[in-house]
Design a protein around this ligand. Structure first.
Ligand code: AMP
Length: 408
């Protein structure tokens, strides 16, 4: 009999990311990306067994991309073993406190949560419907970015707005990147030998999107993103926190409407807007090293905002054992990590420059010294976490196997 595989699907508005995981181990047997969906230059790329297969799929939408993927998996003999499909779903509102098997009721709830994240959830739903159509007899599971943060207390999740907006429109802070924060928090406990029932962590997930979370004994108690993934830290093209008065001022003077403001804050702000050059941290580091003033200042604002939020998150915890860096920037930028830790002396952090500068790509390790809280790098693995939840909910793991896998 073929070993079961879990297909993980992450559907964006014009992209489809996918990975195929075995039940044992955390390394996918196949990963890939279909991008520019709906456009003439649409393509699909599959990495498997050390080779990359890239094909044009002109004007293909999500359904065609998924059909193409499943066709290729069939040719490779990898279709039959797919025993469950896990979907990343961005917004689970207050309804979802954990991952859920996809049923008609769950679909209706995801649809209802789309009010809070129209672009994201609708794209996720397209992926779910395409997968249900292509694999009608295979269990499908939804894994929510917001679910991990449902343990936040009201003082952390309420905005200081009239209460009726919470009850009537669901206006509150939800937080995102929860699958990554949950994975990294659990791994940090193992890496640092912490007591699972008595620890306090701050996880800094720094990628194109960025958020930081305070975790107490494995539960999220505060996070930097809000009702949408726009609040908080400076990101690649997103502004993070901005005084609303600024938006009113820009709107009045530039004649921008709500959609224009939303696009400004999401697409042309952050590192891109500040530097006038790029939203990509690596590109900005290179430009800054050659004296580009905008790049230098953009990185300065990024670190300042991050440090300020870490300080604030620490106050949501009764104890602080460690700060963990993850995501593309957190895992790979010794510069950002070093500059961040240099500003956190007040919290007792002491940078180990040699460990920070020599941390190999893709590895976990401690980058601090001294008696204060530890700082560490820990690569995230959201896809594996989705595969794990999916296998557990689809009943493919025995209880002991579930515990073993999480402890491994
Ligand atoms: P992610 O969204 O997690 O894939 O992260 C993307 C971000 O990571 C981009 O801003 C990249 O420039 C940044 N990144 C990736 N590798 C490096 C690196 N070696 N140094 C600095 N930034 C990096």
């Amino acid at each position: 009999m073929l070993s079961p595989l879990i297909l993980v699907i992450n559907c964006g508005s014009s992209s489809l990311k996918f990975a195929l995981f075995p039940l044992e181990g955390r390394t996918p047997v196949l990963v890939g990306l279909a991008e520019c969906l709906g456009q003439a230059e649409a393509s699909i790329r599959i990495d498997h067994a050390g080779t990359r297969d890239k094909r044009a799929i002109a004007n293909a939408g999500h359904q065609q991309a998924l059909d193409c993927l499943l066709g290729r998996l069939g040719e490779m003999g990898l279709l039959e073993p797919i025993s469950a499909v896990g979907h990343r779903v961005v917004h689970g509102g207050e309804r979802f406190t954990g991952s859920a098997p996809i049923t008609p009721e769950v679909l209706a709830d995801i649809e209802a949560c789309a009010q809070l994240a129209p672009l994201h959830n609708r794209a996720n739903l397209i992926g779910i419907f395409a997968a249900m159509k292509a694999l009608p007899d295979t269990p499908q599971v939804a894994v929510f970015d917001t679910a991990f943060h449902q343990t936040m207390p009201p003082e952390a999740y309420l905005y200081a707005l009239p209460r009726l907006y919470h009850s009537r429109l669901g206006v509150r802070r939800y937080g995102f990147h929860g699958t990554s924060h949950r994975f990294v928090a659990a791994e940090a406990v193992k890496l640092l030998g912490l007591d699972p029932d008595h620890h306090g962590l701050i996880i800094a997930h720094l990628g194109n999107g960025a958020s930081a979370t305070a975790v107490l004994n494995g539960r999220s108690v505060d996070t930097t993103m809000g009702m949408t993934p726009l609040e908080g830290l400076v990101m690649g093209t997103r502004s993070g926190d901005v005084d609303f008065g600024v938006l009113a001022h820009i709107a009045r003077h530039e004649g921008l409407d709500i959609d224009g403001l939303e696009a400004l804050l999401n697409k042309t702000s952050g590192l891109l807007g500040l530097s006038g050059l790029s939203g990509d941290c690596r590109a900005l580091q290179e430009a800054a090293s050659q004296g580009h003033a905008g790049a230098t200042e953009a990185l300065g604002v990024f670190v300042h905002r991050l440090v300020r939020h870490i300080g604030a998150l620490a106050m949501s915890l009764p104890r602080l054992d460690a700060l963990i860096f993850t995501g593309g920037i957190g895992e790979n930028s010794a510069l950002i990590r070093g500059r961040t830790l240099d500003h956190l002396g007040l919290l007792g952090f002491e940078l180990d420059s040699a460990a920070n500068d020599t941390m190999p790509r893709g590895e976990s390790g401690v980058i601090s010294r001294g008696a204060g809280p530890k700082a560490a790098v820990l690569p995230t693995n959201e896809e594996w976490m989705i595969a794990h939840d999916t296998a557990a909910i689809a009943g493919l793991l025995s209880n002991s196997a579930q515990n073993e896998r999480l402890a491994s």
